[in-house]
Design a protein around this ligand. Structure first.
Ligand code: NAP
Length: 288
């Protein structure tokens, strides 16, 4: 593209940002939709988030994504925050408004859109959620808000799952999240579950790691969704498939969180056809 005096700039703040796939998502969309926009990653050192957001505002950046480790910290630098992002306590997208940025959480809407596209239902489902970190807590909100029947939240540190469950249940006004220690997984009631893997275990290069190695656990799972997308097929996904379940990785979640951010910045609707073009490009990246 040719950059000119009217080119809009969007970007990503985080630390590290070197391996991000977000420029591929946004620059592909801009090219395909004919928008005069460029997307750039910006590494931000610890303690400099307020400076980075104020600087972006001063430089008239159209929007920013926020990644690890600043998704909660950035909230203190916003002019406004969307209600869902506030409940989750994490922001991954900033949209320019008069006088400052408004924060959103498109990770969760991204996961929901990815699941919808794959035909995975949350409403009425019995769900096992592995993890109680930033991502898993947001998934717990999503499941509660989208009408899951019961969500068993299993974590290595049970106190974190208890705290997250308490917050989500209070926020939605019903008992839907049930915290457990991961080591107690054999006591889960019999049944067939949707399982969402929201820990960082299994992430490359530790591709043989999995939170629950016991094969019997996977007999209870009809569908497994891992938030991790590198490696392409995690050990968790392999174990789900070996017991006859369907398994998905987190690449479509990444795709749609980016698409929703792009839609917010540009006030457009991205078609499924355009989404597929970006997805193919992301997939090719993993094939190489
Ligand atoms: P986080 O806040 O650091 O939480 C990490 C979670 O993993 C905690 O529940 C932690 O348990 C658990 N964990 C870590 N090491 C463990 C071990 N050795 N054994 C058992 N449990 C362990 O991380 P996060 O931000 O929630 O991210 C979690 C994963 O989601 C990451 O892999 C990230 O890449 C992925 N993610 C993907 C997308 C996407 O677009 N696809 C978006 C967001 C996140 P404790 O509480 O006991 O420490």
């Amino acid at each position: 593209m040719e950059i000119n005096g009217k080119t809009s700039v969007c970007g990503l703040i985080g630390n590290p940002v070197e391996h991000t796939l977000s420029p591929m998502i946004h620059n592909t969309l801009a090219k395909r939709l004919g928008h005069d926009l460029v997307y750039v990653p910006f590494p931000v050192a610890q303690g400099r988030v307020p400076d980075a957001v104020a600087g972006a505002d001063a430089l008239h950046l159209l929007g920013l994504n926020v990644t690890v480790p600043y998704k909660s910290e950035v909230i203190g630098s916003l002019k406004a925050i969307d209600a869902l992002a506030e409940r989750i306590g994490a922001v991954n997208t900033l949209v320019r408004t008069e006088g400052g940025y408004k924060g959103y959480n498109t990770d969760m809407e991204g996961l929901y859109r990815a699941m919808t596209v794959e035909g995975i239902r949350i409403s009425g489902e019995q769900i096992i959620l592995l993890g109680a970190g930033g991502a898993a807590r947001a998934v717990a909100y999503l499941c509660a808000v989208k009408g899951a029947e019961k969500v068993y939240m299993l974590n290595r540190t049970p106190g974190k799952a208890e705290q997250a469950a308490e917050e989500v249940n209070r926020s939605v006004g019903r008992q839907v999240i049930f915290p457990m220690a991961t080591e107690d997984h054999a006591t889960l009631p019999e049944g067939k579950y949707l399982a969402i893997q929201g820990t960082s275990v299994g992430l490359a290069p530790h591709t043989e790691d999995v939170v629950i190695p016991d094969r019997a656990f996977y007999e209870k799972i009809h569908t497994g969704f891992d938030l991790i997308y590198s490696p392409w097929e995690t050990k968790f996904m392999k174990l789900v498939k070996e017991q006859g379940g369907k398994a998905y990785n987190g690449l479509k979640m990444l795709l749609y969180q980016g698409i929703i951010a792009y839609e917010l910045w540009n006030d457009v609707q991205v078609s499924e056809e355009d989404a597929q073009v970006v997805y193919t490009k992301l997939k090719e990246h993993f094939a190489n």
